[in-house]
Design a protein around this ligand. Structure first.
Ligand code: 1CP
Length: 340
């Protein structure tokens, strides 16, 4: 199949593509005027629940910049629909009734993904149809702890006091919650692959909430199970575990096909941790896109050079693109990466 020979999937497999592939985390979104135009007419949740509109916004950055992969337009928190948790976006997520006590946890339901999340699978199908094999489509989910943290905190957090308190005071309850979320996520990602996703990314955006030792005890076993069960679906699995060198070493222990690297470490140093026999993804500081073009060129080139010493490298940011980014700077970045 032609898609298998695209630069992105070649890099995921550790083969040598004609150029370093790139896509950007949050590449579909508010920094694009064409996205804001659609969002002026529908709410974020309506957008996520309308497959044709999901396909339209998923393709916007592909059409404009020629990225080497598309990522499904959705959110890591849509999965709450299968657990009976209500979330609102304004635009940051807010859960009116956070899950804090044993009784709250017991109140959660865990429906089969197909019952409540069919609209996501329909969105995957709509994206695949619209892409017509131009580039591969990445499906995704939040990692079990990052997903749980939004339901426990009720929103984003700086210190994750409720999440960590549950882990430290009620480890069996916290472990049981992550276990159930993991089982649902496996089912959810299976549905995305069956609907046509060509690769999967697991977002552990808030891994650094836990110390390395606590992450190993309370979180890592669930990520390991998630990765190993979804690898059986036959598409590459990218784990983005944002944090420090210690967490990166744990990311390697999951055996994910591709390891995402945050922006706060040099890619060469990250490779010393994960090993040059690994495929890595990353890791330009998203705010570097606010620098003059020559500086963007310098930084991107240095990341590409470090990436050439790895088994494979997919160029990306080290976290999501800022909504204040000038699309012209993104265009410059794409030109630099594609011509390097
Ligand atoms: O008003 C709007 O248009 C909503 C803004 C927005 C968008 C565009 C949200 C709310 N989510 C999304 C889309 C989204 N979210 C995508 C698909 C688009 C793409 O990547 O091109 C993806 C993959 C996500 C994943 C996501 N959502 C993550 C993991 C990635 C990361 O940035 O770390 C997280 C943590 C979320 C939660 C979330 N959803 C929305 C916001 C503003 C947030 C972050 C809140 C916080 O800082 O805690």
């Amino acid at each position: 199949m032609a898609l298998q020979n695209t630069t992105f999937l070649q890099a995921c497999r550790g083969e040598t593509p004609a150029h370093t592939p790139l896509w950007l985390m949050r590449q579909a979104g508010r920094y694009l005027p064409e996205y804001r135009e659609i969002r002026s007419k529908v709410s974020f949740l309506e957008l996520c629940r309308t497959p044709e509109l999901c396909a339209e916004v998923t393709l916007q950055p592909i059409d404009r910049f020629g990225f080497d992969a598309a990522i499904l337009f959705s959110d890591i928190l849509t999965v709450f629909d299968a657990m009976g948790v209500t979330v609102e976006f304004s635009p940051a997520p807010k859960v009116a009734e956070p899950i804090r006590t044993v009784a709250d946890v017991e109140r959660l339901k865990f429906s089969p993904a197909g019952d409540e999340l069919g609209y996501v699978f329909d969105a995957v199908k709509a994206c695949k149809a619209a892409l017509a094999n131009r580039v591969p489509l990445i499906g995704f989910c939040g990692a079990p702890m990052t997903t749980a943290s939004y339901m426990i905190e009720g929103s984003g957090s700086k210190d994750f006091v409720h999440t960590k308190s549950m882990a430290f005071c009620e480890p069996a309850v916290f472990g049981g919650l992550l276990e159930n979320i993991t089982t649902l996520l496996v089912d959810y990602l299976r549905g995305q692959v069956e609907a046509g996703a060509n690769a999967l990314q697991i977002f552990e955006s808030w891994g650094a909430a836990f110390s390395v030792e606590d992450y190993r005890t309370h979180v890592l076993p669930h990520v390991q199970r998630l990765v190993s069960e979804v690898k059986a679906f036959g598409v590459p699995v990218i784990l983005f575990l944002r944090g420090n060198a210690g967490l990166l070493a744990l990311a390697k222990e999951t055996n994910a096909d591709v390891i995402g690297v945050g922006w706060d470490m040099a890619l060469a140093d990250a490779l010393d941790v994960v090993g040059r026999d690994k495929v890595v993804q990353g890791n330009l500081d998203p705010i570097a896109l606010f620098a003059p073009e020559e500086e963007i060129t310098r930084r991107a080139t240095s990341i590409i050079e470090a990436g050439r010493t790895a088994k494979g490298h997919i160029f990306n940011l080290g976290h999501g693109i800022s909504r204040l980014t000038d699309p012209a700077k993104v265009k410059h970045l794409v030109d630099v990466v594609h011509s390097a």
